[in-house]
Design a protein around this ligand. Structure first.
Ligand code: FE2
Ligand code: FE2
Length: 286
């Protein structure tokens, strides 16, 4: 990989900029063409971010990162400790008007709770972005956030900014550039390696503790090409298709629950203490 400076590695002013971009991208009434043309010019940082993401998320890169992180050898932390650790991720935007990472998580989970969903669903809302702690272990923005997609097979043109995949060596690889690549038709997503990021990582952390519906939400919440555009059905099996109903149910909470009312952490804490104790031991491996 070519040497990259700090600046080219961090084209987003903070990782929330990608979430804000997503919200705009899926706002009702905006056509695909409109957002693409608009956003490339209006958000040069976001475009640069996707250029790096699409260029460097190769099959080999993903396998290397899976080996590095999926063994969960970064020590033990409680859920609150992980959330507080994530909170140390400070960005340059105005600290008075912006919400902390914990406040963002609480907004998602509280919106789910208000709609009367089961406790595991509320919990999933709170933990779904905790994998962003990868940033604090030195992973570049393009390797932590952004849309996720399968590697080891052809990149879909349904992925945002598909033209940037031209710079990815896998797009001319004799096997990885084919429709199925290293996979069998409808083999099921569990067998498919996804581009590396906070989704796949938090799934690994949580897979011992949560129901399967929650795990699908965690693992595929940024897989927009599949859950929004319907791409990659040729790799999914019937079970995936069924479980994606839950991914779709979760998505609006991820996209639209952000506001600027600060959740009252002190008031909410006892509820979340109970919720965490119901599903987790005091500390889990990260
Ligand atoms: Fe996320
Ligand atoms: Fe999120």
């Amino acid at each position: 990989m070519a040497a990259t400076t700090i600046t080219t590695n961090a084209p987003l002013k903070d990782i929330e900029e990608w979430d804000d971009f997503l919200t705009g991208r899926y706002q009702e009434g905006k056509s695909e063409e409109e957002f693409r043309q608009y956003d490339e010019q209006a958000n040069p940082g976001v475009a640069e971010f996707y250029r790096l993401n699409h260029q460097y998320q190769t099959f080999d890169y993903v396998i290397g990162k899976e080996k590095e992180y999926f063994g969960l050898n970064r020590g033990e932390k409680s859920i609150w400790e992980a959330a507080e650790f994530l909170n140390t991720l400070v960005d340059d935007s105005d600290p008075d008007t912006d919400l902390t990472q914990i406040e963002h998580l609480l907004q998602t989970s509280e919106a789910i709770r208000r709609d009367g969903h089961p406790r595991w669903f509320v919990l999933t809302g709170f933990i779904h972005d905790l994998g962003k702690v990868l940033c604090l272990w030195g992973e570049p923005q393009w390797g932590v956030v952004g849309d996720t997609f399968p590697v080891g097979c052809a990149y879909s043109d349904q992925i945002v900014f598909p033209e940037y995949f031209k710079a990815n060596p896998d797009s001319t690889h004799p096997v990885y550039s084919t429709k199925y690549g290293i996979y069998e038709p409808n083999c099921g997503l569990d067998k498919v390696h996804m581009s590396f990021g906070h989704d796949g990582y938090i799934y690994e952390v949580m897979k011992k503790y949560l129901p399967e519906e929650a795990l699908y939400m965690l693992r595929y919440h940024s897989f927009y090409a599949a859950h929004r555009q319907g791409a990659y059905r040729h790799l999914m099996n019937d079970h995936d298709v069924k479980m994606f109903e839950w991914v779709n149910k979760f998505n609006p909470y991820d996209l639209y629950s952000k506001g600027h009312t600060k959740p009252n952490l002190k008031e909410l804490k006892p509820y979340y203490d109970d919720l965490f104790a119901e599903f987790f031991p005091a500390r889990i491996s990260w």
